[in-house]
Write a protein that binds this ligand. Structure first.
Ligand code: PEP
Length: 254
């Protein structure tokens, strides 16, 4: 697939996989995907498996990401992990503001913006998640909600930092539900996000930013979604937990 931006396919393993299971999964991915150069591939295991996975992807094309991080550098934040700690495990990307974090841990745009700045300060690339609920879509508010999330979560980033930031559009109603946005629905919102980025950071920056689609991406729908002009990859949850399905998503996206 000839695309303006190199595709990025990222697997969000969420709170799944022991160390042994994570190693087995990543070994399978290395076997299946080690020759793939056309697409950037990222795995985001739970914190506890980062080190073991990092050791298995040395000298491969697969990159490592984390699922969240704290916005502070050090201190009394029991249970939290900072950007510098992630860097110790060769982490390159960090997912921020996933809808599960917005919903269960009350993360808001202002907090996500602080985390994004802290990630950049440590040379980690944030993957910032935005997306509307079903009720918001049905009320015709999808663009208003997403526009506010984009503006709020990226507040304070420089143009250079924005170029090193990834956006993930994940309609909340499509996450883990088996319901996928149609490729036309995805393209419409991705185009809207890119226009919003152009207003905030200028056209040239907006053209460089990768905007991923997330929400029940599977081998069967990957090609159609990834062929949309403003869809620059996928953030994959459930289908990232098995070698076959994740590898097929990657291969079907090429
Ligand atoms: C996600 O949570 O980022 C996600 C897209 O999940 P799923 O692929 O399972 O819908």
């Amino acid at each position: 697939m000839d695309k303006e931006r190199k595709l990025l396919i990222a697997g969000n393993w969420k709170m799944n996989k022991t160390v042994a299971e994570a190693v087995s999964l990543v070994e399978g991915l290395v076997r299946e995907l080690s020759n793939v150069k056309e697409v950037d591939i990222l795995v985001c295991p739970p914190f506890t498996a980062l080190y073991a996975v990092s050791q298995k992807i040395l000298d491969t094309q697969i990159r490592l990401g984390a699922q969240t991080m704290n916005e502070n550098n050090y201190g009394a934040y029991t249970g939290e992990i900072n950007a510098g700690m992630l860097k110790e495990f060769s982490v390159r990307y960090v997912i921020l503001g996933h809808s599960e974090r917005r919903q269960y841990y009350k993360e808001d745009d202002a907090l996500i913006a602080k985390k994004a700045l802290a990630a950049h300060a440590a040379a980690l690339k944030p993957i910032i998640c935005v997306g509307e609920t079903l009720a918001q879509r049905e009320a015709g508010q999808a663009e208003a909600v997403i526009g506010k999330q984009v503006e709020g979560s990226l507040a304070g980033l420089s143009a250079d930092q924005m170029e090193e930031t990834v956006i993930a559009y994940e309609p909340v109603w499509a996450i883990g539900t088996g319901k996928t946005a149609t490729s036309a629905q995805a393209q419409e919102i991705h185009q809207f996000i890119r226009k919003t980025l152009a207003k905030m950071f200028g056209e040239a920056v907006a053209k460089k930013v990768r905007i991923l689609y997330g929400g029940s991406v599977k081998p069967a729908n990957a090609r159609e979604l990834m062929s949309q002009p403003d869809v620059d990859g996928g953030l994959v949850g459930g289908a990232a937990l098995e070698v076959r399905s994740f590898s097929d998503i990657v291969k079907n996206s090429i």
